[in-house]
Design a protein. Structure first.
Length: 372
């Protein structure tokens, strides 16, 4: 009984550690990572919520918000700011960023006004103008589309807005011709990709491949990490495929089959795939063809939204989405309190690598042979 109690305490400590790091946790992902049932995680969350250590939300938990705390702990002298936030999507990737931002906003006693946009500069402008012209926001957290020939004009326009802005999961050039040097906070995706390459190298793989989504702003950072890691480990970096192979993409099976045939001819024994839906499509195709994962082909996904749901569960690089949202709000609050005397800041936050069955051989199976 004592051992069980000790394990429960350790599990709850891990839960709180992840919550402090990311600002939010999901029941399903945490249960898979800790090797326990979802019911066990829900009970842990309920117990910690009763103690005032976290706030229960649908499917998970966040850091406690100000309204959950005893009145005596409230600080009425805290400035009441309203921060606007415009993100390109309200589903894949962005919900955890938003959760982290909301948790930080609640902790600092500020309001957060959320607007969903799309990967389109014209729509970004419309949503940003709605917030600015309302006269209710004192700062903006933005994730605009920074692709295409009009990107300099877009950055210049944002830099001249009447309220301070911080980019979220976006990065401006080192120098921009704007009245203020724009701030940003984002995941260090290049280092995240390096983590994946180094992990696969450490378990014996010497011929690796990279599959990137065509339309993702993350891809540019991933290729930077890929080239850097391959150079440092003396690996060939020429196998890079830019294709969307998620199951909803027409003709994805033929595309996946073609990629794997290229892998066979090139001696590739491990693939890093962005993002989870694409990695799951590759895993399903391999299984249907009778290939063993990771023995015949190891897989690492980049994103870790649903990678744990695959069979076998897919090793994944997990960007610090909740912490990015949290940090963005904290930077904005500091900017609003301190004003122009505060130097501009730009923050890179490291992802983490979650190792699962898709990259590490099951007990009792022979190790993956190195390709030379």
């Amino acid at each position: 009984m004592r051992d069980e109690q000790l394990f429960a305490l350790q599990r709850r400590e891990q839960l709180m550690d992840r919550l402090r790091l990311h600002g939010a946790v999901r029941v399903r992902a945490l249960a898979a990572d800790l090797g326990v049932s979802e019911l066990t995680i829900r009970r842990d969350i309920a117990l910690l919520a009763d103690r005032g250590l976290l706030t229960r939300v649908h499917g998970g938990a966040t850091l406690p918000v100000e309204s959950d705390r005893p009145p005596a702990r409230r600080r009425p002298s805290t400035p009441a700011f309203t921060i606007g936030m415009v993100v390109p999507s309200l589903d894949f990737y962005w919900p955890l960023v938003i959760s982290g931002a909301r948790a930080a906003a609640a902790a600092h006693g500020v309001n957060l006004q959320l607007r969903g946009s799309s990967y389109d500069q014209a729509e970004d402008r419309r949503q940003i103008l709605r917030l600015v012209e309302s006269g209710q926001v004192q700062g903006l957290l933005l994730a605009p589309d920074l692709s295409g020939p009009d990107v300099d004009e877009m950055i210049g326009w944002i830099g001249k807005l009447v309220v301070p802005t911080i980019f979220v999961e976006r990065q401006t050039p080192p120098w921009t011709p704007t009245p203020q040097q724009l701030e940003w906070v984002r995941s260090d995706h290049a280092v995240g990709l390096e983590m994946a390459v180094r992990h696969l190298h450490s378990v014996g793989h010497r011929r690796l491949g990279l599959v990137l989504r065509k339309d993702s702003p993350t891809s540019a950072h991933l290729i930077t990490g890929w080239v850097r890691a391959c150079a440092e480990l003396d690996l060939c970096d020429d196998f890079v495929i830019r294709e969307n192979v998620a199951s909803q993409v027409p003709g994805y099976r033929e595309t996946v089959g073609g990629i794997l045939e290229q892998c066979r001819r090139s001696g590739i024994t491990a693939l890093i795939v962005h993002s989870d839906p694409d990695a799951i499509s590759v895993a399903q195709y391999l299984t249907e063809q009778g290939a063993r994962i990771p023995d015949d082909m190891a897989l690492v996904s980049y994103d870790d939204e649903i990678a744990h749901l695959a069979h076998p569960a897919i090793t994944a690089v997990r960007p610090p989405k909740g912490l990015v949202g949290r940090t963005a709000v904290e930077l904005m609050v500091a900017r609003l309190i301190e004003g122009r005397r505060r130097p501009a800041q730009r923050a890179l936050i490291l992802p983490e690598l979650v190792i699962r069955e898709s990259s590490v051989a099951f007990p009792g199976r022979p190790p993956v042979p190195s390709a030379h």
